[in-house]
Ligand binder design. Sequence first.
Ligand code: SAH
Length: 332
Amino acid sequence: MNDNDILRFIASEDKQEIDTLFAQALKVRETHYGKSVYIRGLIEFTNYCKNDCYYCGLRCSNSKLERYRFSLEEILECCRTGDKLGIKTFVLQGGEDPWYTSERMTEIVSAIRKEFPEHAITLSIGERPMSDYESFFKAGANRYLLRHETASNDHYAKLHPKNMSLENRKQCLWNLKKIGYQVGAGFMVGTPHQTPECLLEDIHFLAELQPEMVGIGPFIPHKDTPFAEQSVGNLNLCLKMIAITRLILPKALMPATTAIGTITSNGRELALEAGANVFMPNLTPTAYRKLYALYDDKICTGDDAVKCISCMKNRIVCSGFTPEMVRGDAKL
Ligand code: SAH
């Protein structure tokens, strides 16, 4: 697929053309993963964040948000709950919270690794020095999710304050790869000021980085951010970007995100049809769910882990796919 094809798909409103794109993506996904959809347990363990990204409800300037962070024991409890329900990958996600120093975070990863020697441990805690990433890896972390958010420098500067740089974020991704993590990049669709050319740059960056995982979801405004009045990302464009990414990175692990399920009730099912192959039920205790408020009206904030997992399995089966409670590492 060349740049012209990509831009044509991005602009296309021709249903037949789009359906063909989805069918191709589905075929590629089935060649490598059959009907399997891998299940990961998400633990949102802190909503403190030192960054001030204009789109995110966790931004440090949002003084309306009640903040929380979990102790080691609380994190282990989430893992135990997930393990009992058959979860084989724990995804620890949070804002960039300096309370979790390199030492504390390493201790957390070590403790999970000790209790769950066979599970995959995925971290998603933002930009850190190389030495931290090395320490977490040695302690037993296997994967790292760090969406690049947008691969265009100009666009990046419109979404983030001056002290944040795309260059550093990209460097973090390269560092993680070098250390040996399975790496996840990704971007939001429909962030303010995004152009088709930005999306093309996102695809170019993915092709260059060759990440094992790619998270793509629609931008959704949060009422207490500078982007409160902006519009929601477009569902179809989001699905098209998932399908294009599947064709560019045939073996990528791509979640049907909570965000896409938030903008349309069957959004995650449509993402599966467009080439996604991962679901991430939430293991965070329900008391904290609403506080991990990246954007408004996030779904599933009332369901406990049991309900969340069974609802997701049901959605997967009803769409003709097979939920798999396995580690589900990326295929090489
Ligand atoms: N602090 C971690 C985790 C960030 S939250 C990190 O820096 O990687 C996970 C993802 O949520 C972000 O990477 C971003 O792409 C997405 N996100 C944040 N705000 C959002 C919004 N308003 N709408 C949709 N997705 C959002």
